[in-house]
Design a protein around this ligand. Structure first.
Ligand SMILES: [Mn+2]
Length: 384
């Protein structure tokens, strides 16, 4: 474990200094003096010079990609945006999504914003539109790329304010990023997209399946799985996740990123322990199996809850003590005929939370006291 961490920190440090000197034009003048100084410090020194030289418009130089941090599709979307356009990634989960957008919206240097693989729900969509419309008023270029179920009125509203919307529920986000910007990407980017599609169960879709044909299936499967385990196992290590974004943007195969396979082995062992715990702790209702997860991620356990309960829907939830909420993961089997993402979106917002996603895989944020109600109501709404 120690060895894993060490080499990682070294690499991250290296690549992040590279980043400051290489990518951001504004920082250049500052980098000479102190390469370590942050952007905040930078403003102090550059502003006086800049203001006299250039119009305020040209102060906007930053490109930021806000993407989903919890899976390979989000991380890989950020990586391909970085390869195509440069800039920096901000990785967030669903509960942190709006905070991140609010924060970048106040950044006066922001010129271009990409938002990837972050679905919207009834409770977030209005503020999302408002924030982006403020950005558009400031001439910030905004591109939203996603594949989660979305209210068509939201798409209309976004297009009206000239946000570029790339949205297709039939391909994962990274495949859509690849497809939209392949002229700016190298050949390896198609492999990154393939692996993301596998993680999202979408490698059989029209574009993704063509990409997968170019590679050996088992090679792509083990690469996607290794990435997934490294991402899931590093959710509390944001620097490592950003490092993965950089390595993928630099066209590294997962097996060329140090220690990823060793780390995946550790994750596999943890998952085996989760199976044992789910067998003990899982409960069932008529139409679903459910379980509160205490010592791992809910999304890592939810498939076991569904499978071991022998129901067509599984629910796993984990308390986020700092937020007073439960992070909930929901999965449906092939026999599940209802659109879980749509049901969960409605139900979560009725209970003062938010949620949504795909037909057979979705998530929600539910206020702590409402979790039991969420499960009983979901059980009622999915009767087959
Ligand atoms: Mn996705």
């Amino acid at each position: 474990m120690l060895a894993v961490k060490k080499s990682v920190t070294k690499k991250t440090a290296k690549s992040s200094t590279k980043k400051t000197t290489k990518k951001t034009g504004v920082k250049k003048s500052v980098t000479k003096k102190s390469p370590k100084s942050s952007t905040k410090k930078t403003t102090k020194k550059t502003v006086t010079k800049k203001v006299t030289k250039k119009s305020p418009k040209s102060l906007r130089t930053k490109l930021i990609c806000i993407s989903h941090k919890e899976d390979n599709d989000g991380i890989s979307s950020a990586a391909l945006i970085r390869q195509a356009f440069g800039g920096d990634a901000i990785l967030v989960d669903y509960p942190g999504q709006m905070d991140a957008i609010r924060q970048v919206a106040t950044d006066e240097k922001l010129k271009t914003l990409f938002i990837c693989d972050l679905g919207l729900s009834k409770n977030t969509q209005d503020e999302f539109i408002n924030l982006l419309s403020d950005l558009r008023k400031n001439k910030v270029s905004v591109t939203y790329i996603d594949h989660h179920d979305i209210d068509p009125n939201v798409v209309k509203a976004l297009e009206k304010i000239k946000v570029k919307v790339i949205h297709n529920v039939n391909e994962c986000t990274t495949v859509q990023v690849y497809d939209a910007f392949k002229s700016k990407l190298n050949d390896h980017a198609s492999f990154v997209a393939c692996c993301a599609a596998i993680t999202d169960y979408m490698e059989d879709r029209p574009v993704a399946s063509k990409l997968l044909q170019m590679y050996d299936r088992q090679f792509a499967l083990i690469s996607a799985t290794t990435m997934t385990y490294n991402i899931v196992g590093h959710q509390k290590d944001p620097d490592y996740l950003l490092y993965l974004v950089e390595e993928l943007a630099d066209s590294k195969f997962p097996h060329d990123i140090p220690n990823t396979y060793e780390f995946a082995q550790l994750q596999v062992e943890k998952l085996a322990q989760i199976i044992a715990k789910v067998k003990q702790g899982m409960k069932t209702m008529k139409n679903l199996g459910y379980m509160e997860i205490l010592d791992s991620g809910a999304s890592g356990a939810v498939n076991f809850v569904m499978g071991l309960s022998k129901k067509d829907v599984g629910v796993a939830y984990k308390e986020r003590v700092d937020h007073g909420i439960y992070a909930v993961s929901v999965r449906g089997s092939k026999n599940c005929k209802v659109h879980l993402g749509k049901i969960v979106n409605l139900l979560a917002s009725e209970l003062g939370g938010s949620g949504g996603g795909h037909d057979k895989a979705c998530g929600a944020v539910i206020p702590k006291p409402k979790i039991k109600k969420f499960i009983t109501e979901l059980n009622k709404k999915i009767k087959n």
